[in-house]
Design a protein around this ligand. Structure first.
Ligand code: ADP
Ligand code: MG
Length: 597
């Protein structure tokens, strides 16, 4: 590594070495090359522009949308004796003028600017040699946080007498958003770095359930006083859930944008200082908060997109210890989100059709994750353009036993339905086809007369998620095609006839939990809560003895199945969900003895 870089980061930031990814970006910028860096939150993006800013001639402007954080950044830089300042709407006019004058005299190395300010004439005469664009995904309409003011950046750069080096930074960019960043900022042959989205210490879990309060109670029971965040979709849900928990004696703080500032501030403090280990909040909570010992993040509702999900879930396990990210999913979540995306908010204009379409596509990807049978970690990583491990062995899908499920009949039903819709001269997306198959009475299904098709309602008994999983399998294997377009529509593929004419037998790997609803949602009548508690304690002991996390011994679904089946012999124990030869040998005796007792 370049000694000069080391000297600078030591002198100004007290750092001994660069992290993965930083070196490449810094070297590129120092060589005068544009750069685009996609690195997760906490990876150290600031250093990638701050260090070169100190080593290069002239002024570096940093475009950032977070006005509230600019002040903190500048005071941290000032503490490190780096001449810096910010220009945004929070400054009084005299302060603004003064800062501007100093900047044009070359008194600063780093100047933070809100994107709206770039339209101002006076900014253009500053001695700018580098432009760092933070939160660069804001420039893409395909991102989750599009800001039109970011589109002014390119015009601003073109208006400068000399083109500065441009470096763009973001924590969440899909390959598509990355393309937009490079295009819209007009980066010249940029050095692109995508690093380290994988967080090995995080365990990803999806629970598909309608009984979410019970799931929360369950999750909290085994977690004692550990610190955690529960994210809810709405303020109302935050209020209801935190009241529910407080009534049960759980110390839960709450946080959402509808509360008084003072109370919000206090609750945040209570959480950060561990006076209350649990925070129940909307997505308004968390930005700029760095609490290392958060040991779990539960999503009570499915978020609108994977970007938000990964960012929120990623607040768990910052200390590097084992932590859990649990998503509670019910099909209702997808419907509510769809409504929120398409319906205008009371005090706003109707959303633009392109915006609606993009947000629906992001929601679709999120829903696919929630319903996926694949390794969850690999899904997340590949969404962000990084190669996944295939099967990580450390997510609920990898932990659940898979088996080949016969989907011959289901496939015939799905493909016939698509065929009948095409015969009407129409095409619809997945959700509508699922609605038709399940005999939905919604306007969107009845409107086009799908209830008159012979395939209407023929999959009433199959859950929407299971239909979706099979549909995705059919699309992946070219038995159906998903047409890209305004709204992605399902249509027949050349291989469709193998299903409806040749009646080809078809199987696909499916998590056993997905097939046996009884295992994941035991009915209260046949379910022994006391036994469940006992088995959980036993599991914790076994896990502690082996120094591994409890879910590696048995997932909750297995314990629940034991409570339903109550096996009294090793033979019967093999019938329990998730019990294979190895687990039978290792834990069979232990658990059967406890159940007998
Ligand atoms: P990001 O913007 O990517 O979310 P930050 O730039 O805010 O991350 O940096 C996160 C933390 O990592 C900061 O506390 C910073 O001091 C620290 N950090 C950055 N680079 C290094 C490094 N090379 N060695 C040690 N710590 C670092
Ligand atoms: Mg940052």
């Amino acid at each position: 590594m370049d000694n000069e870089i080391l000297r600078v980061i030591k002198k100004y930031f007290g750092l001994a070495s660069l992290r993965q990814g930083q070196e490449g970006v810094i070297n590129a910028i120092l060589a005068g090359r544009d750069a685009a860096a996609v690195m997760p939150t906490g990876a150290g993006k600031s250093l990638c522009y701050q260090a070169p800013a100190l080593m290069r001639q002239g002024l570096t402007v940093v475009v950032s949308p977070l006005i509230s954080l600019m002040k903190d950044q500048v005071s941290a830089l000032s503490d490190a004796r780096i001449p810096s300042a910010y220009l945004n709407s929070s400054l009084s006019f005299p302060d603004y003028q003064r800062t501007l004058a100093k900047a044009s005299r070359g008194e600063f190395k780093i100047l933070y600017i809100a994107p709206e300010r770039l339209r101002r004439e006076e900014i253009r005469s500053l001695p700018i040699t580098m432009a760092a664009i933070d939160e660069a995904h804001c420039i893409s309409q395909w991102g989750h946080d599009f800001r039109p003011s970011y589109l002014a950046i390119d015009g601003f750069i073109r208006s400068l007498p000399e083109r500065p080096v441009i470096a763009a930074f973001t924590a969440t960019a899909t390959p598509r958003v990355r393309e937009d960043i490079i295009q819209n900022l007009n980066l010249h042959d940029p050095y692109v770095a995508v690093t380290g989205f994988n967080r090995e210490n995080l365990y990803f879990e999806v629970q598909r359930t309608e009984r979410k309060l019970a799931a929360i109670e369950d999750a909290l029971k085994s977690r004692g006083n550990k610190s955690g965040i529960i994210y809810c979709a709405t303020r109302k849900a935050v209020d209801a859930l935190s009241a529910f928990l407080r009534k049960r004696g759980v110390k839960a703080a709450r946080y959402h944008a509808g509360m008084e500032d003072a109370e919000r501030q206090k609750n945040q403090e209570d959480f950060i200082r561990d006076r209350k280990p649990l925070m129940v909040a909307t997505s308004a909570f968390g930005m700029g908060i760095d609490k290392a010992n958060v040991s779990f993040v539960i999503h009570y509702n499915m978020p609108k997109n994977i970007e938000s999900y990964y960012q929120e879930a990623g607040r768990a396990g910052r200390d590097g210890k084992q932590a859990d990210c649990i998503l509670l999913y019910s099909p209702k979540d997808a419907a509510v989100n769809r409504y929120l995306i398409t319906a205008p908010a009371p005090d706003r204009d109707a959303p633009r059709p392109e915006t609606v379409r993009r947000n629906l596509a992001l929601l679709e990807a999120m829903t696919e994750y929630a319903c996926s049978q694949d390794c969850l970690r690999s899904r997340l990583l590949s969404y962000f353009g990084e190669e996944g491990p295939g099967r990580c062995g450390h997510c609920s899908n990898c932990a659940a036993p898979f088996e080949e499920a016969d989907i011959t009949i289901a496939s015939q039903k799905i493909v016939s339905c698509v065929y009948r819709i095409e015969a009407l001269g129409k095409r619809f997306g997945k959700n509508l086809v699922i609605g038709a198959l399940r005999g939905s009475r919604s306007r969107r299904v009845l409107g086009p007369g799908l209830d008159r098709l012979s395939t209407y309602g023929i999959m009433r008994d199959t859950g929407p998620d299971q239909i979706r999983v099979i549909m995705d399998y059919l699309i992946e294997n070219q038995y159906l095609t998903l047409l890209e377009g305004e709204y992605p529509a399902l249509c027949l593929a050349p291989r469709s006839k193998e299903i409806i004419i040749d009646r080809k037998p078809l199987t696909m790997p499916m998590a056993r939990a997905a097939q046996i609803p009884a295992a994941s949602a035991p009915d209260e009548a046949g379910f022994d809560r006391a036994l469940f508690g006992r088995l959980k304690a036993l599991r914790s002991e076994a896990a502690a003895a082996e120094g591994k996390p409890p879910f590696m011994v048995f997932p909750d679904a297995s314990l629940k199945d034991m409570c339903v089946k109550k096996p009294q012999t090793l033979e019967a124990f093999t019938q329990v969900f998730g019990v294979g030869a190895a687990k039978l040998k290792k834990y069979g005796g232990l658990f059967v003895a406890a159940i007998k007792e």
